[in-house]
Design a protein around this ligand. Structure first.
Ligand code: MG
Length: 157
């Protein structure tokens, strides 16, 4: 068994679409980033790369690489899934906390979990997601950004 932790933050800005777990969430702002800014997928990828001792997402997908500008984060997630397979591991479960003031995550929770499970070839029961506000404190509370903490457990096949 191998465990890994992931963490990511992206700023919320006007004029961008908001993607969380590969799902477009209706909101008046979106996450800024070299990719589509999908902070949830990035944190989950870092958790899984951590479990593999494979560094982090920035090593595998450098933000200086112009060829991946605007890349859909689902592609990064698929890449990490393939790496896990190649290394002879499988995913036991994933858990994530997404900290944001708005929009509410609850109405989108199931579809996000379904999509992550689909990309990772997992049963939805192995992918959990929790939305939290920070009680209006800090950059999250001021709606300036979204922050995600994730853990992943892998097991050797
Ligand atoms: Mg990121």
């Amino acid at each position: 068994m191998r465990v890994g932790i992931g963490y990511d933050v992206h700023p919320l800005v006007e004029g961008r679409q908001l993607f969380l777990g590969g799902i477009e969430i209706p909101y008046n702002k979106g996450l800024l980033g070299h990719s589509d800014g999908d902070v949830l997928i990035h944190a989950i990828c870092d958790a899984m790369l951590g479990a593999l001792s494979e560094g982090d997402i920035g090593i595998h997908f450098p933000d200086t690489d112009e060829s991946i500008k605007g890349i859909k984060s689902e592609k990064i997630l698929s890449h990490v899934k393939e790496l896990i397979k190649k290394r002879g591991f499988s995913i036991v479960n994933i858990d994530a906390v997404i900290a944001l003031e708005e929009p509410k995550i609850q109405p989108h929770r199931t579809i996000i979990r379904e999509n992550l499970a689909r990309v990772l070839d997992l049963d939805i029961e192995r992918v959990n997601l929790k939305g939290k506000t920070t009680e209006k404190l800090g950059f999250v509370g001021q709606k300036k950004g979204i922050e995600v903490f994730a853990v992943a457990l892998l097991e050797k096949q």
